[in-house]
Design a protein around this ligand. Structure first.
Ligand code: F6P
Length: 955
């Protein structure tokens, strides 16, 4: 703006300064850091008699969105703190507001608090929320802490009660976005009420200032537009309509001013005035001329009157200084103003409707501007953080990209990201989702208590344990497993092992792998009631007791939710420590709570750095992050849109070798969260990449790449998939520690995808069913000493085949080859095959299952899942039963060559595993899934080799 005004301006001939002679204060509707810093603003005060400054989200967008004014502070802030775009914006804005308040303060002093204010607006996202607006007003008031601050609150029906409330608390407010006389009347009434409440409470009301920002030119913009349209269409009232061009907004303002004068004369006001109250002045806003056929100072010249403010945009400010004329215009021709309003009503110009629309549009455009602003801040933040933030890139076919963008635009428009953070269940099914959202806050919460975890780590180190053996299932084991696999043994700390099986051989292998006398056992169960951790605890407690020759409680730690059965057990058995989980977090969302952190600390991971990494993801996906900058939201939108609109529901997880195990955790998160009600995302983990030709059109590839350690083979295969037009989302992690970021990123993305799929991502109804079926079987065993008998529908060599009647009928009575041929013959495009093996999971069996599944994939051209039971029951099992009916399952069981007793129980580990397999199979059958069970009799290795051969022939 032109601050080099005419030389004689300072001497007196300055119409801007002379506005005060008419009782009007010129304020500036503009803020910019460099403008305040380089003395330009002060010059306006000194030379033009500037008496106040207003800001709004659109103004800050212009200030912060471009140029480098803010870069130094951003760098400085981000070096010290991990912030969301909203928090960062606020710190920048507050710095500006404080600096501006300082420049304006002499005016405040000189005018005894009448002028000298600077306004800062509450978040425009809150315009329709009373409590949130009031809370934010209080927060900003305290954060700025300047006596010449005004908090700007929109004069919506929800904003007005908030305004009244904070006025009664002594906060000075600029009520904005007022267009109608009715809204203005309500605002003035709320001001008076707020003062009365404060006065009645015996508190000082003389320090409160307020203005009512009445918008002007936007009204003409709408009304004149309607006039022009009607004239063009040859309206019969064309002449009368034309006569109203450029008149209605000013008339509306004049009439509002009359109301102000009326109220000021009232006895009610006089009482308050006697107690020191300051009137709430009308402030003319939106006073830049938009219609080029009008004078460029129209909305200044025509609205000059006593006790008013005009907040003038820079160009209009310059124009008025240059050629503005002064006269007491506001009280001129008031009757005509009333007539104009009558006339517009008679002509059907619908000022009431227009003002309502303008409120809605005004709020929306401030939200849009705020989205832009936060986006610009997020961009700068991403640049400064560089590789400290995980980076996501999506290569998508155009139609999928458009569908995902449509989801994001819906989320932006409806503020769903903010609703998610506000724990509003309407984001999903409107059920009890709100009770399961503490994972959103857990990183902050744990960081606040990280010293406890650090102290625990030191104690573990000092005790010199050689091993940590974690006993748990699903959400209680998969996160710790990722940590163990990713970081390996950390120098000076014990080696972390994670056992999540009831296979007797597997249990024995783990027992042999640790030094029982020198092992710290972590029994991990949120509910405390899950069968596996309970029997594993019983087993290892007895084993440790035997090895130590004394009560082993001091070698045991429990991680469990408060009030659980496991807590009782831990107390009774004198465990060394009990760490608590958060009840409002489900298992698969618990890795950043104590369920992941306690084993991480015991294994010597830097939990503080780990949580700080996670916090960067939390902030990136914050309520204030616009969808266009929220990678996790984008990921959820892509996965949701791909599954619902394109049948691409197989999320194929590819991870760099050094972080390969993330997929195991991710499987549970995606499958248990989304696989229900016949829909869902089917995670396909660890399926070695093939050439594009081996895939159907049902995949989305999620590539988690550890940048420095990318696998060349994977890179090549991914590049080929992208070139072939397959959808690939690549997520780059610069450091292993950033798996913490990936954890939160995917949790948030899963919640978003759940919303798109229209399901509750936080329950797991179908898992519970197989637990019930298993329980029935183990109870039967405890009563009778055996599991209920079962009969194979066919036997072939070492194999016995089991299926429900429908499946058995479809598969016939032939030999193994015929049955397997018939079974896999049912697979069609878009299906997936699940190989579900209830055997020990070791290197050999993993290689075996991998070879079998790749053969199935390449022959049948479908996605394949390779899973070990009972571990997958707590992971992908939910989706297999509750998700889409596109799975074809081959369950594999085998004779146990050695079994292990469970202390205190009649059943053994082998019995439990058998019961779990049968419970699982029964539910698959009950759900009408294409499921076949093959039981291997005799030596396992030979049986598996034979099975692989027959499968090879069958497909
Ligand atoms: O931690 P808990 O209560 O033992 O549960 C283990 C796992 O079992 C499930 O409840 C069902 O599979 C998972 O959601 C959970 O992570």
């Amino acid at each position: 703006m032109d601050v080099d005004q005419k030389p004689d301006a300072a001497k007196g001939a300055n119409v801007l300064r002379d506005l005060s002679k008419f009782g009007q204060s010129p304020w500036l509707d503009f803020i910019q850091r460099s403008y305040t810093a380089d003395g330009s603003l002060k010059k306006l005060v000194d030379e033009d008699g500037l008496r106040g400054v207003t800001s709004n989200p659109a103004i800050f967008e212009k200030a912060m969105g471009y140029g480098t004014d803010y870069d130094a502070q951003i760098k400085d802030l981000l070096a010290k703190e991990i912030l969301s775009p909203g928090e960062l914006y606020e710190k920048l804005a507050i710095t500006d507001i404080k600096a501006t308040a300082k420049v304006m303060h002499p005016v405040f002093v000189e005018t005894k608090g009448l002028d000298g204010y600077v306004s800062l607006e509450v978040s425009p996202y809150l315009a329709f929320e009373t409590k949130a607006t009031a809370d934010e007003a209080r927060r900003l008031w305290a954060a700025v802490g300047e006596e010449n601050l005004m908090i700007k609150i929109p004069g919506t029906p929800e904003g007005i009660p908030a305004f009244q409330e904070v006025t009664s608390e002594g906060i000075s407010v600029n009520v904005t976005l007022l267009f109608s006389l009715e809204a203005y009347k309500n605002v003035l009434e709320a001001y008076i009420k707020g003062l009365e409440i404060r006065h009645a409470a015996g508190k000082d009301i003389s320090k409160i200032a307020s203005v009512a920002s009445f918008f002007v030119s936007r009204i003409d913009g709408k009304i004149d537009g309607a006039i022009d349209r009607r004239v063009k269409e040859g309206d019969k009232d064309a002449e009368a309509l034309k006569a109203l061009r450029g008149k209605v907004a000013i008339a509306n303002a004049k009439v509002a001013y009359q109301h102000y004068l009326e109220v000021m004369k009232s006895e009610r006001w006089k009482k308050l005035a006697a107690a020191g109250a300051n009137p709430q002045r009308l402030l003319w806003a939106s006073t830049g001329t938009k219609d080029k056929t009008f004078s460029d100072v129209l909305y200044v010249e025509e609205l000059i009157g006593e006790d008013t403010v005009n907040t003038i945009p820079p160009a209009t400010f310059d124009a008025f200084r240059d050629h503005g004329k002064l006269r007491a215009s506001l009280t001129e021709n008031v009757d005509d103003a009333f007539k104009v309003l009558e006339q517009q009503a008679r002509l059907g110009l619908d000022l009431d409707g227009v003002t309502k629309t303008l409120v809605t549009e005004g709020c929306a455009s401030f939200c849009d501007a705020f989205d832009q602003l936060l986006g610009a801040v997020a961009n700068k933040q991403a640049t400064f953080l560089g590789s400290r933030l995980i980076e996501q890139k999506a290569d998508l076919p155009a139609d999928l990209k458009a569908a995902a963008d449509a989801v994001l635009e819906d989320w932006r428009k409806t503020g769903k990201g903010r609703k998610l953070w506000a724990k509003d269940a309407s984001v999903w099914t409107g059920g009890d989702e709100a009770k399961w959202l503490k994972w959103l806050d857990i990183v902050d919460e744990r960081l606040a208590h990280v010293a406890e975890l650090e102290a625990f780590a030191s104690e573990v180190k000092a005790k010199g344990f050689s091993d940590v053996l974690l006993l748990g299932m699903g959400g209680s084991s998969l996160g710790p497993e990722v940590i163990a696999e990713t970081f390996g043994q950390i120098a000076g700390f014990p080696k972390l092992h994670v056992l999540d099986s009831t296979d007797p051989q597997q249990v024995k292998t783990f027992e042999n792998a640790v030094d029982l006398k020198n092992t710290l056992f972590i029994v991990s169960s949120k509910s405390g009631g899950t069968l596996e951790p309970n029997i594993l605890k019983a087993y290892f407690f007895a084993a440790a007791e035997k090895a130590l020759g004394s009560a082993p409680g001091k070698h045991f730690v429990a991680v469990t939710d408060p009030g659980s059965h496991m807590e009782d057990v831990a107390k009774k058995d004198g465990f060394w420590k009990i760490f608590y989980g958060e009840k409002q977090i489900g298992g698969r969302f618990s890795v950043l709570s104590n369920f992941g952190l306690v084993p991480a600390a015991a294994a010597g991971l830097d939990v503080r750095a780990f949580l700080e990494s996670a916090l960067r993801s939390v902030k990136e996906a914050s309520a204030s992050t616009p969808p266009a900058h929220n990678g996790a939201m984008q990921l959820g939108a892509i996965l949701g849109a791909a599954a619902t609109k394109f049948g691409r529901d197989k999320v194929t997880i590819v991870a760099s070798p050094a972080i390969y195990d993330l997929g195991a955790w991710l499987e549970q998160l995606l499958a248990e969260s989304t696989g229900k009600k016949g829909t869902g995302l089917i995670p396909i983990d660890d399926e070695t990449l093939g050439a594009p030709g081996v895939y159907g059109k049902d995949r989305v590839f999620a590539y988690l790449r550890l940048t420095g350690e990318a696998c060349p083979k994977q890179e090549k295969a991914i590049a080929a998939l992208i070139a072939a037009g397959e959808p690939v989302v690549t997520i780059d992690l610069a450091d292993k520690l950033d798996i913490a970021q990936a954890f939160f990123h995917w949790e948030y993305a899963t919640a978003v995808a759940g919303s798109v799929l229209e399901i509750d991502p936080f329950d797991q109804p179908d898992v519970e069913f197989s637990k019930i079926e298993t329980k029935k079987l183990t109870t039967a065993f405890n009563e009778t000493g055996k599991l209920p008998p079962e009969t194979p529908f066919a036997t072939s060599g070492a194999f016995e085949f089991f299926a429900d009647d429908v499946n058995a009928k479809a598969l016939g009575q032939g030999d193994a080859l015929a049955i397997l041929k018939a079974h896999f013959g049912r697979v069609k495009a878009g299906d997936y095959v699940g190989v579900l093996a209830y055997i020990e999971r070791d290197l050999k069996t993993r290689e075996w299952i991998q070879a079998v599944r790749l053969n199935l994939r390449d022959q049948l051209k479908v996605a394949t899942a390779a899973e070990f039971g009972p571990r997958f029951l707590h992971s992908t099992g939910q989706a297999y039963k509750g998700g889409p009916d596109s799975g074809v399952f081959l369950q594999i069981t085998a004779d146990d060559h050695a079994d292990l007793a469970v202390p205190g129980e009649r059943f053994t580990f082998g019995v439990v595993k058998a019961a779990q397999a049968r419970g699982d199979f029964d539910v698959l059958s009950e759900r009408g899934r294409r499921a076949l069970r093959v039981h291997i009799k005799g030596p396992l290795e030979a049986g598996l080799a034979e099975l692989a051969t027959v499968i090879g022939k069958a497909v």
